[in-house]
Design a protein around this ligand. Structure first.
Ligand code: NAP
Length: 205
């Protein structure tokens, strides 16, 4: 059977690495877009057998550069997300709203079969959070440009590789007291990274 081509943005992260391993075992050829091929290519390349992964360095907002990658793709997955705004255009709006809009537009233009976009749980109610507002706006833009997109909304995603719960555990181990976020009333629905990526696979198998 001919391998399908999957284009992944944000594939060097926790969820991306786990997903690449599963996709390539299921006969997908994966192209991963990263900002820094020197820093990230060994992390990405070691997830699958040779021949299954291409790594491309690009500025994600360089439409001309990323446009060419859509020509041979069957599926596109967007895993790019930030928890904090940084300098040089790395704002919540740019990363969570403008970028997904661009990717969805290109998926439509190049007639891709699927576009899967990672959003986050609870964003409708978190009205005081710029993160949540940008994620919600991003979902709207995705559906406007690619109405049949699949949007996944996980809560906290944990695994040995994640930077959130593992840091949390370290702090809990070391500190004599720990401040409780929002008086302890915040509820999480944690999901293991592997269970989440199984959900990705079930979206298109
Ligand atoms: N982890 C969770 O608990 C959780 C919960 C809910 C939703 N999500 C969503 O799920 C998606 C994937 O999460 P993850 O935990 O795998 O994320 P991650 O480990 O932080 O990785 C995200 C990837 O995005 C790319 N990236 C980050 N900042 C960027 C920027 N400013 N410009 C371009 N690329 C950038 C990075 O790729 P390069 O460095 O290779 O360019 C990075 O590998 C995100 O959209 C996130 O919001 C995650």
């Amino acid at each position: 059977m001919k391998a399908k081509n999957c284009l992944i943005f944000g594939g060097s992260g926790q969820i991306g690495r786990n997903l690449i391993r599963k996709l390539t075992k299921n006969n997908y050829r994966v192209t991963v877009v990263t900002r820094n091929i020197h820093q990230k290519s060994y992390i990405i390349k070691t997830q699958a057998n040779a021949g299954y992964i291409d790594v491309v360095e690009a500025n994600i907002f360089d439409e001309n550069k990323i446009r060419s990658l859509f020509k041979k793709a069957d599926i596109c997955i967007n895993l790019i997300g930030i928890l904090f705004e940084k300098k040089r255009g790395n704002t919540f709006t740019n990363i969570h709203s403008v970028l997904p809009s661009l990717l969805a537009k290109l998926c439509k233009e190049y007639n891709l079969k699927h576009f899967i976009h990672l959003s986050a749980l609870g964003i409708n109610d978190a009205i005081d959070s710029d993160y949540a507002k940008s994620k919600l706006e991003g979902e709207g833009n995705v559906l406007k440009n690619f109405p049949l997109a699949t949007i996944l909304r996980p809560s906290v995603v944990y695994s040995v590789d994640d930077n959130f719960t593992t840091n949390f555990m370290t702090l809990l181990n070391r500190l004599p007291a720990f401040p409780i976020y929002y008086e302890g009333k915040t509820k999480f629905t944690p999901i293991h990274c592997s269970d989440l990526t199984d959900t990705h696979l079930s979206c298109y198998f």
